[in-house]
Write a protein that binds this ligand. Sequence first.
Ligand code: ADP
Ligand code: ZN
Length: 737
Amino acid sequence: PETPDIIPEPPAFYDEGALVGVLTTQPLGKPLDYRAPEGGAWAGAFVEVPLGPRKVAGVVWGAGQGDYDMSKVRSVIRVLDAPPMRDELRIFIEKAAAYTLTPLPAMLRLATRAPGLGDPPSMRKVYRRGEGEPERMTDARARVLDAAEEIGGLALTLKELADAAGVTPQVVKGLVKTGAILEEESPRDTPFPRLDPDLPGKPLTDDQARATETLRAGQRSGRYGTTLLKGVTGSGKTEVYLEAVAECLRQGRQALVLLPEIALTAEFLTRVEARFGAKPAEWHSGVTMTERRRVWRMAAEGRAQMMIGARSALFLPFQDLGLVVVDEEHDTSYKQEDGVLYNARDMAVLRASILDARVVLASATPSLESWANADAGKYERLDLTSRFGPAILPEMRTIDMRDQDLPSNRWVSPALARAVRDRLAKGEQAMLFLNRRGYAPVTLCRACGQQIACEHCDARMVEHRFLKRLVCHQCGESRPIPTACPSCEVEGKLAAVGPGVERMAEEAAALFPDARVAVLSSDLFGTARELKAQIEAIAAGAADIIIGTQLVAKGHNFPLLTLVGVIDADLGLQGSDLRAAERTFQLMRQVAGRAGRAERPGLALLQTFQPEHPVIRAILGGDEEAFWRAEAAERRATGMPPYGRLAGIILSGPEAGPVFDLGMALARNDAPLRRVGAQVFGPAPAPIARVRGRHRVRLLVKAPKGVALQSALAEWVAPVRLKGDLRLAIDIDPQSF
Ligand code: ADP
Ligand code: ZN
């Protein structure tokens, strides 16, 4: 997004009876007019208002519009007990909504996800695990005790605990009588321990010290600026940006670090504690509701100095946010792909620009967008070119699969197997990487030739042998693995075709019978805690061979790991997505970067049928900048992002016909787009043409940089009347094109 130059007006106060606009999360589009309550209200105050027969919470957005029948305007019921939302956050919500073409209420919801707003916390009863054991144990009771233990020492409200266990509140109440669950008054928010930026950090290398100095100077400027911190895996990017955090804390401002994966937080918390003497606050889906309420308040009151979190942490009501770090900034999980479609990396830049805060985008393999912004001088760029200490970058080689003699249903080539054996003999770890969850991607009937597909999606059912089920990776639907073909009903002819990580585990067990094999795949772990525990165990040496999906590519440190074997380096290069080269390059480099992070040198072996492919050569080759320049040149020549702008329009509905017709009508009436020099392509079936029983069609709009694309899009879709169950979603800057 462009960086607006906004000076917030001083906060306004509205006297009793004055007309105010109150924005709620109800889908009404804009703020509604109310009269300020007795005692008045500040702009940004959280209030309770009548809405039809109901009472809902909302935020005083500003002065009322007065465009409503004045005799019908009702009064705000009361001002809630919550820190008011600052001008800055309201401006951010407005800008983010305008950029992503999201209705304001939906954007507000992202910023008010702390439940229980307004209920004074001291009035609440909370529940936690006690010492006692019930005499009579039932399934429901066991689930409550499990749920209470799962969240550690934290207390939940009655409803939260009952919901977490999937039982009625009565079951929890029953356990209170036995002493197995304790009922307590919720304590007033306990503050976080202080982080001390002046504790001595690690002595830095010359490279690191130079980068640190530049980041510190930027931080001290007190002005907006974004820095791309590009450093090979293991070069100490984290050490460097923690010094920017230290500088921010010294200024008395708050720092936010976004991580792409919750499983990464454990290691990160430990590092923060080592540097600053205390742990930061956390905000992500693994944080309990009670804790979220506390974190939300602490952020607003400036008592949480440092926050680490998932993309949604960007919408927290910080009192004085001075720095946002986006770690692994290229990671696709920063783009939220359902509900509000936004990219946290871009929104971080937007919010920082409103706040006069700094942004650090850290990655070994930046997105082409960030690379190009640095190239154009919009972002500052800092490079760390060597790994810290004795660790050197892994050597990378290809294994030409055309030369390898492999029996059918085997995927580990003799050359790769030799390398694995060699590592095992030395007591080191090896990783086999395959970006495919489950046992086999295809289940095929050898009698009729049909593949088993999802009934609701345009996708195959994937066999998950550990779960003993077929699972659709699009909608999550699953069913037991049948013995007979669902099409021809012939028994015993179903065959698993192709490899998934579970099948790799089988092959590894057969090839290396003495090795301990661990599979790391998101669907094998019920909770983030289990996954975290498994990662820690592996790092400590509890496995010899790690088999993983892209989950393992994301920045984990396995000190004993010295070999990475990529089972199918060609996988990402198939298909027509223009980003395929960029994605494959990033993924392969990231995976290879897992090897040899400590003293022992690492080796990465890429199994490929096309070793001459320019992307495969770029992955191996030293000249990374040449790869980025070539990619950039191609995108520039075709006017594609980041040198042009794209928006996707996804239309969906239960019947294919009306969805397609609507797409055709939109494509025909493209005058508002043509006026700004934008072109529309499609309608065409969306990358996944049917999901959850809904047919999906996509139009792509391509525009030169610098045109007012959003307003043209808004004008273009404004006449659309969605009949029946048709839906329209706009995806600004789509991930795939
Ligand atoms: P990156 O984020 O670039 O992958 P890290 O910051 O995780 O790199 O550093 C890789 C490893 O090297 C970590 O274990 C880190 O503690 C260590 N390290 C990096 N720089 C230093 C330093 N200056 N002194 C001591 N250890 C360091
Ligand atoms: Zn499905």
